[in-house]
Design a protein around this ligand. Sequence first.
Ligand code: UD1
Length: 365
Amino acid sequence: MIVAGARPNFMKVAPILRALGRGDAPWRPVLVHTGQHYDAHMSDVFFRDLGIREPDVHLGVGSGRHGEQTARILTEFEALLCATEPRPAGVVVVGDVNSTVACALAAVKLGIPVAHVEAGLRSFDRAMPEEINRVVTDHIADLLLVSEPAGEDNLAREGIAAERVHYVGNVMIDSLVAELSRARALDMPAKLGIAPGGYVAVTLHRPSNVDHGDRLAALIDLILEVAASAPVVFPIHPRTRQALSTFGLTDRLSGARGVIACEPMGYREILGVMAEAALVITDSGGVQEETTYLGVPCLTLRPNTERPVTTTHGTNVVTGDDLSRARDLALTTLAGKRPMTSRTIRGWDGHAAGRIADHLIATWA
Ligand code: UD1
């Protein structure tokens, strides 16, 4: 059984689902959508773009406070596992969202083995909801499938037995490799009326950035300053849209010169936008990895990253809380004064899902 819950899960689930269905696999993969994300923009379009089939089961849990949402997923997923005959050979969870930890917990308590894909990432920042999800999931899962070198070090330091840990590489890059030419073919810059290589893409949705009015207002200032140098494409996450409205900031963006504010984009659209950007400014985890693979400069507006390989081998700079530093880095990048290249990262090669399937078959079959 493989679990998808929120937007960043879908690009990881797509290649794994395909690999689990291959000829030598002794099972039929069952896809469960928890419904943590449910908007057409946040879910359906990703299923279409990534060619993911209809989920076998949809739990329809929806939004809520963390305890509430996690508990609802836990209850619903446990009931599903109990009603499923025969019991699944194992449960695969990906990433670090509430669906990840809730489904892992339901399964292990029933004695069903759990594999965690993207294990071992740590921001060492317990104020970040995902960090709690990562730590808990890794400590209860049976099989820990690691995407970047820091993951192995972190799990070893936390005393997790090496035989449970396998380096498989980054499965999200599998989706990127599979879809990049179709994403480029959309010609997103032309659709948006901007020049390839001459614009900035922005994504922001972390609670630490968008849930506080002062911080969000300062981020809008930053976007407007950057937009004076190059057009800014800003697809707005539902959490951010809500926060803009709560803090009375919506009008500062709509109609601002040089800012293309829009709905969240589909997978191919955002990939097409990022691939041709001069710079990406983000607080997303996945975008740090995608820009590294694409060789596009990225500024991460956070005090830390759980994906340090993107800063040592990639194009990512973690700017910290200081937005004046972010502004300076953005402007020097746009002036062409910070040329960037990425080095090859082990297992970021488009074939991680095959390695994941190999481990699952070897362990569970
Ligand atoms: C979740 C993940 C985060 C991931 C992000 C990507 C957790 C703890 N967080 O954060 O790691 O980076 O997804 O998007 O699991 N909403 C909608 N439509 C939707 C989904 C959400 O309108 O389809 C609104 C709801 O008002 C909801 C809010 O967005 O309350 C936040 O959604 P939620 O799933 O709680 O967290 P995200 O901020 O999306």
